[in-house]
Design a protein around this ligand. Structure first.
Ligand SMILES: C[S@@+](CC[C@H](N)C(=O)[O-])C[C@H]1O[C@@H](n2cnc3c(N)ncnc32)[C@H](O)[C@@H]1O
Length: 287
């Protein structure tokens, strides 16, 4: 059988690699984005492709092109981040959130504070808003959605989703929380504005900005897959600190924390990590 290459090879000469190093330094100085914290292969390939499409053959020339226009630079950073998402992505995991995680948290907290970190255009944050509203509607919960990409945050604030975002939304929720309308020959779904009272969307770079504290649940799914191992480790420790005792970290389908016990987490079920009620700040004491 013929092998289909999983990715298109891009040139990687010593000159290009040196040039890429310089590009990374320039980018860090100019916009504070540290590409060393992302996986090299994917980042190099993605930027090379963007550079080629823009008609450049040297990363540093491409940098000058980007830096000469602020909107162009912002567009570049936004495209670097992959924004794929959908409501109730991996529904079986959201079912665990509905039947185990949120009821457990609601036993201890009247008002929940949740964070969808790397929220893209908000599908995950709206899914969480629906679940907390279903379980404890008359309370003032807060759901923070953050992302490095400004453009997706604008979309998140609007709360309008495509048909493809809706395929895992249970039929009764679709009926109850979304208004379908036609636009440009497509059916779109607007989330009930009532859900927005729980939601706030802000820009936050997980690799550079300080973390807020006191969360009952942090969902960070399909985000750290792009980070280097060191960056991942740091982000998980930051999440641990940002959680209340008894709070949960909810990861994506392909993500695991191998050294979760060293950080202090318990692992009650796949994809869910819990900060113990009796907080053991082992790593902090050790450092
Ligand atoms: C694949 S989407 C995941 C969306 C949602 N969490 C889900 O699982 O459906 C990954 C998101 O991570 C964001 N991201 C990448 N690097 C980031 C960083 N350093 N800080 C914050 N968000 C980041 C991207 O902009 C993108 O919107």
């Amino acid at each position: 059988m013929q092998q289909v290459p999983s990715s298109i090879a891009v040139p990687r000469t010593p000159e290009l690699l040196r040039d890429f190093e310089q590009f990374k330094q320039l980018l860090k100085r100019r916009v504070g984005l540290d590409l060393d914290q992302y996986k090299f292969e994917q980042t190099y390939r993605r930027i090379y492709t963007m550079m080629e499409r823009a008609g450049y053959r040297k990363f540093t020339d491409y940098f000058s092109y980007l830096a000469s226009d602020e909107a162009r630079m912002r567009g570049f950073i936004d495209r670097l981040a992959i924004n794929v998402s959908e409501l109730f992505r991996n529904p079986e995991q959201f079912e665990i959130v509905r039947v185990q995680v949120l009821p457990d948290l609601l036993k201890r907290s009247l008002h929940l504070k949740l964070w969808s970190a790397g929220c893209s255009y908000g599908a995950e944050a709206y899914s969480l808003a629906i679940l907390v509203h279903e379980l404890a509607p008359s309370r003032s919960h807060q759901i923070l959605g953050t992302d490095i990409d400004q453009e997706v945050l604008e979309r998140a604030r609007r709360g309008v989703f495509a048909e493809s975002d809706m395929r895992s939304v249970p039929a009764d929720y679709k009926q109850k929380y979304f208004r379908a309308f036609e636009e440009g020959g497509r059916t779109l779904y607007e989330a009930d504005p009532m859900l927005k009272r729980y939601l706030k969307f802000e820009r936050h770079n997980l690799l550079a900005d300080p973390y807020a504290q006191g969360f009952d649940l942090i969902a960070c799914r399909n985000v750290v897959i792009y980070f280097s191992d060191e960056a991942k480790e740091r982000v998980f420790r930051e999440f641990y600190n940002a959680l209340k005792p008894g709070g949960y970290l909810f990861l994506g389908n392909t993500e695991r924390i191998f050294h979760y016990a060293q950080i202090g987490f318990e692992n009650p079920s796949a994809f869910f990590y819990r900060k113990p009620q009796q907080e053991v700040q082992r790593w902090r004491n050790a450092s």
